[in-house]
Write a protein that binds this ligand. Structure first.
Ligand code: GLN
Length: 452
């Protein structure tokens, strides 16, 4: 088949399925078809494993000339003048960007219900959320609209939707993938990562987007391995740690059972597991919401109505323009976080909140360091329950926040983690979370593939 035909077919699939799933915010049809025609000219021997394949991109990753809104009103009409580094890398791999995927506004949320434009549906049950914030990135892959997508993960936003939609989602080590062109939510936590139908595709896509980047000083100058080469099926002698905090109170019976069943499978393949403790896990949620909101309050100050997207009308002064643009442009959840973050960073509260949270973050990181010194991977559920009903948690931000209790500490520590499908509860998929050491995504992929 030609890449042009493959690309046309991809748009047909999206047009057929997206009426139900509502994953895409913008389609890139003209540009994609033009790109495909160019790709058809490339000789076969120069084509890599991802060549010509369609991909969807989360709408907080900037794409030149293609509207990028972060699912916020404040960026309506914003057409970036450059591509994010990951988008350049997709192009270098010969991939075809099909369009931009819905999300919670500025990646704040766990259900896609915080999008200013629409709520994406879970393809397994259209009355349920796809998770978030990269909910549409997971839903589009699960529905078969696209075989690949990019999401971003600040506290679970790749892994939780991957679990809810029954697909594979990887949050790489902090620094593995360049954040240049990712609209910042919490810069010390954000990472872009791949969402795919299986582990091998995921490994190939991560390799394609990884690497040090002069445009992101936090990207790490470490070797990018051939991750797919790690998929040997061999887990003999592998040491698995299972934190008791990950199977305790608040974790659903089905999620717990599915993890224990997965451990049995890995044991039958020659791995061993032991229970461990991550004693500071109980502080992770509070720590995360102070730090991520503090960073967000600073990062989101750039949206002033002058530089990007939306600008309020009928204002009489510059101050008024700022205030009105932000009052009309940001949704409730974003405002809640800006206020929380601004408060934590204020002179009178800085020591009690922001500084204390930074100290606790170090303790959480040390918990992981200690366990990963003795074990190859840590395993637990991705989320306490399967996808919840649309509308079920909107009135209750705290319950919504608690949903990420199992994914958030990983971002605070900076280690990589994947979610792969692992059984069902009432016909809804559950996720298995495999956490590895810094820059050791290869071991995670090896274990995930052996289980898959
Ligand atoms: N759900 C979490 C939050 O609302 C995580 C979001 C994310 O990872 N971007 O902050």
């Amino acid at each position: 088949v030609s890449i042009a035909d493959l690309t046309k077919e991809a748009f047909e699939r999206v047009e057929k399925l997206d009426g139900d799933v509502e994953a895409f915010l913008a389609l890139n049809k003209e540009q994609a078809i033009a790109t495909a025609a160019q790709l058809d000219q490339v000789p076969f021997e120069e084509r890599g494993p991802l060549f010509g394949l369609p991909i969807g991109v989360k709408d907080n990753i900037v794409t030149e000339g293609l509207e990028t809104t972060c699912a916020s009103k404040i960026l309506k009409g914003f057409n970036p003048i450059y591509d994010a580094t990951v988008v350049k890398k997709l192009r270098a791999a010969g991939m075809v960007t099909i369009g931009k995927l819905n999300m919670d506004e500025f990646a704040m949320g766990s259900s896609n219900e915080n999008s200013a434009y629409k709520t994406t549906k879970n393809p397994w049950a259209l009355d349920r959320v796809p998770g978030g914030s990269s909910g549409a990135s997971a839903a589009a892959v699960a529905a078969g609209e696209v075989p690949f997508s990019l999401g971003s993960d600040t506290g679970g936003s790749i892994r939780q939707p991957a679990a809810y939609c029954g697909v594979v989602g990887m949050k790489p080590t902090y620094g593995r993938v360049s954040r240049s062109g990712l609209v910042a939510f919490a810069s010390s936590l954000d990472q872009i990562g791949p969402i795919t139908r299986n582990v091998e595709d995921n490994a190939l896509l991560l390799e394609a987007i990884s690497g040090v980047d002069p445009l992101d000083s936090t990207s790490a100058d470490v070797e990018v391995p051939n991750f797919a080469a790690a998929l040997t099926g061999d887990v003999k002698g592998l040491r698995i740690a299972v934190p008791k905090e990950y199977l305790g109170e608040g974790v659903g019976e089905a999620a717990r059972e599915s993890v224990l069943a997965a451990l049995k499978v890995l044991e039958s393949l020659g791995a061993t597991w032991e229970e461990v403790s991550l004693p500071h896990s109980k502080y992770a949620l509070a720590t995360y919401y102070i730090l991520s909101s503090s960073e967000a309050s600073s990062n989101l100050s750039r949206f002033d109505g002058i530089r990007y997207g939306f600008r309020a009308e009928n204002v009489t002064s510059l101050m008024d323009l700022y205030k009105e643009t932000r009052a009309q442009g940001f949704g409730d959840e974003v405002k809640r976080r800006i206020m929380l973050g601004t408060y934590s960073l204020s002179a009178g509260t800085y020591d009690a909140y922001y500084k204390k949270a930074q100290q606790v973050r170090t303790l959480i990181k040390e918990d992981y360091d200690k366990v990963l010194a003795d074990y190859d991977v840590i395993i637990g559920p991705t989320a306490p329950t399967p996808a919840f009903k649309i509308g079920e948690n909107v009135e209750d931000p705290l319950t919504m926040y608690a949903n990420d209790i199992l994914t958030i500490p990983i971002n605070l520590a900076g280690v990589p983690a994947i979610s792969i499908p692992c059984g069902f509860e009432n016909g809804l998929p559950l996720g298995l979370q495999i956490i590895g050491n810094y820059f050791d995504e290869s071991t995670i992929y090896r274990v995930a593939h052996a289980y898959e």
